[in-house]
Design a protein around this ligand. Structure first.
Ligand code: ACO
Length: 329
């Protein structure tokens, strides 16, 4: 018997007020608006205030998604947060977020799959509903990546931004397709290409790790770029083939927002015209787990996602991991 269909009931986002332009970054780093925008497509990003953590941004997005669904926090059965910039190593950022939205007693856990985390969290949330373990699931991507960045490293500092997006999942009505399915994967040979080396059980925090700047995100940009240009189109094609859809059926492609050249390369391979691709990384940079839900919210607000639209989302990131989701909006 087929599992019951699960759909996206509502959505919401929250980004910090503070806008940091490429020109502003160029005041403290040996870089330029010309370099950043031509190599990445990014023009500005949002940066959280000192007191703001991932759960704060995530809670603000979650409240909007709950309001849009007409639900209170007590009506949730599960909260899943995807992030690479957790409030703390533990407890889960989802626990902090639950406290901020007043979801007392609701189970809450985190998903850690770097920038692909949101797609993995969506797959987990969908599975809980389909298995009858939950009826309403809040799935949040929330990031304050700016705290993980070495602001003296121009090769990474210019690429990332902060923000959060949330979806509420629930059972689909009879005849509705909802979330159709996923393609998920991971290449462990690439673990060293993108990581935050210290602060875990392998390399605990010590004066030497702090002095060696090991608590900041490290990336081999060129290799990650190569991986992403290979994997985004391949994963998108796999999820379409798995569920008997063609790229011509896709109304909107929402890729993880890391670099416009990665998105353009994927679009070329897939044969998707610009009007069927959503991008906003010029305004937000790479917000990791928050990038896809922020795009969904903006696409819906702009009328580019309507009831019945077929949306294809593809994420990738450290792991090296990837994930695609095909859904009927
Ligand atoms: N300003 C000016 N020059 C710079 C900057 C900067 N901000 N950063 C690097 N450079 C220099 C380099 O030092 C290098 O100089 P050199 O040739 O003298 O050594 C030169 O620019 C070219 O550097 P490349 O790394 O070859 O530049 P490239 O065109 O590959 O672009 C970039 C770099 C934008 C990082 C690209 O490789 C990229 O986007 N990679 C993918 C990153 C990504 O998607 N990461 C997110 C993964 S998701 C997650 O899980 C977090």
């Amino acid at each position: 018997m087929a599992a019951p269909a699960v759909k996206i009931l509502s959505w919401g986002t929250h980004v910090p007020e503070r806008v940091v332009t490429n020109d502003e970054l160029s005041l403290s780093l040996d870089t330029s608006d010309e370099w950043i925008s031509s190599r990445s497509g990014i023009r500005e990003r949002r940066i959280a205030d000192d007191g703001e953590a991932a759960s704060d941004l995530g809670a603000a997005a979650a409240k909007k998604a709950l309001d849009a669904a007409g639900l209170g926090p007590a009506q949730l059965d599960l909260i899943i947060v995807a992030s690479l910039s957790h409030d703390a190593p533990f407890p889960a950022t989802a626990s902090y977020l639950a406290g901020r939205i007043g979801a007392d007693g609701v189970p809450a856990f985190d998903v850690s799959a770097a920038c692909t985390g949101f797609i993995y969290a969506l797959a987990a949330g969908r599975a809980f509903v389909a298995a009858g373990q939950a009826t309403r699931v809040l799935v949040v991507g929330a990031e304050v990546v700016s705290r993980m960045i070495d602001w003296s490293d121009r090769s990474t500092a210019v690429l990332f931004g902060d923000g959060a997006g949330a979806l509420v999942l629930g059972p689909a009505a009879a005849g509705e397709e909802g979330i159709i399915g996923f393609d998920l994967g991971n290449e462990p040979s690439g673990t060293e290409l993108l990581k935050l080396p210290a602060g875990g059980s392998r390399l605990p925090a010590r004066p030497e790790t702090v002095a060696g700047r090991q608590h900041y995100l490290k990336m081999n940009g060129r290799e990650v770029f190569r991986f992403a240009t290979r994997v985004v189109a391949a994963s998108a094609q796999r999820v379409l083939a798995k569920y008997d859809y063609d790229v011509s059926d896709v109304d909107l492609f929402v890729p993880h927002q890391a670099n416009i050249r990665i998105i353009d390369a994927a679009a070329r391979k897939l044969g998707l015209p610009p009007e069927r691709i959503f991008t906003n990384l010029d305004r937000y940079g790479n917000t990791s787990c928050a990038s896809i839900p922020i795009c969904l919210d903006e696409a819906a607000a702009a009328g580019r996602l309507e009831r019945g639209s077929l949306v294809l989302m593809t994420g990738f990131g450290a792991g090296l991991s990837w994930g695609s989701c095909l859904a009927r909006w």
